[in-house]
Design a protein around this ligand. Sequence first.
Ligand code: FAD
Length: 461
Amino acid sequence: MTGTSESPTIVWLRDDLRVADNPALLAAIDRGGPVVLLYLLDEASPGIRPLGAASRWWLHHSLAALGTDIAERGGALVLRRGGAETELPRLVDELGAGAVLWNRRYGGPQRRVDAALKSALREAGLEVRSFQSNLLVEPWTVTTGEGNPFRVFTPFWRACLAKGAPREPLEAPASIPGLAGVPGDELEHWALLPTSPDWAGGLREAWTPGEAGAHDRLEAFVTDGLENYAKGRDEPGTDSTSRLSPYLRFGEISPFQIWQRTQRGDLSPAAEGNVVKFLSEVGWREFNWNILFHFPDLHERNFRSEFDAFPWETPTPPVLEAWRHGRTGVPLVDAGMRELWQTGYMHNRVRMVVASFLVKNLLVDWRVGEKWFWDTLVDADEASNPGNWQWVAGSGADAAPYFRVFNPVLQADKFDSRGDYQRRYLPELDTDAYPDPIVDLKASRAEALRAYEYVRRGDHR
Ligand code: FAD
């Protein structure tokens, strides 16, 4: 360690926009000297996927909330824009910083940037340290008996659980020793919010981004939703899931905090009975990150390469628009796509149905749908979005078999039998204004199965 303990420490925040359970922040405070918290809007580093529009909206509000939380503790959040490999060393020089600390991220291009910076800054004599905070189990620490990455969820999660309980979350620091006068951008100047038109009214109504909002959600879920989770999670009309996904995506809450909240011993017996199921869903997030770590171009490439030969159809613009904006004439699909458009979120069961409809009934390449979700979801996640799209398409790790085609009418009968969810988003459902289906469900299913047979038998070879 070369920096003196009085030299400033930079905490580089990325997907960890919180002050509690933030190991890099606590280590910076422990080091002594002033702490500068930096958020870089990096749209320049090669390969890093630019945020979609709904994620930009979320990021704006999340940073605003974080800035307040940090200021209340005496620190300051510095906003800069540009490629990390230029901007971070620039700030180090400006401040005469002695250390740079961050919590690790796991995407391929991000890891390249972080590794390059770690060695460059260390070579320049700085202390550089990284921490585990966004995943319960880091991908390189869990492998099959043969030492290979897991490709199937159940043994993966079993191996994760066998490692023992995750560490206890860390308390938020009571105060942060700041450094006054570090120049940075104004959040408003980043233009992350939509203006013309301002389409974010529904998002504002549905969400409170930020760390406090995350913990309110978790408490509400643990007291009201968890006891019916295993059954209710499939019923989009009942609001039985946690809705923590965007908070996890931006790191306003950590999986360690979620885990620990379910183990406190103050849950009702009914809630207790649902904890294992709930945590296994949190485990799917871990699984998708594990896959992404080993397969960094998951949003571009079929995990199972035999799908490279799949005869996708090029959708006509009206067909694609009908799907995007919920005008397919298939009520559960349309309700889901409207929920997404209005709120930046869609219920998991309905995500599976709309994805299956696009990929199987309309024979559209899963990447087309993945991109739309990437742009419109507030929880758009580099691992879970392509991971789940590939799961539905059949091309993914531990995927649903391609021949299992969801029937959106039967799905609606089973999981939204009273139609509450569908009516919430489709007020015109019971009127003449509601269109006929754009595709025959039975015929298109048969065609999808023929296309799959073609790939399966290897006719294309
Ligand atoms: P809960 O049921 O309360 O689950 C708790 C947490 O577990 C979630 O917040 C999430 O972090 C995790 N989780 C639950 N299910 C899954 C899953 N299948 N895969 C990975 N993690 C899961 N989830 C995202 O976070 N980001 C995405 O971009 C995303 N895209 C998806 C695309 C498709 C086509 C499908 C079918 C699913 C996608 N999911 C994605 C997974 C899932 O739909 C959401 O995580 C879930 O709906 C979020 O709601 P919740 O927080 O109330 O979930």
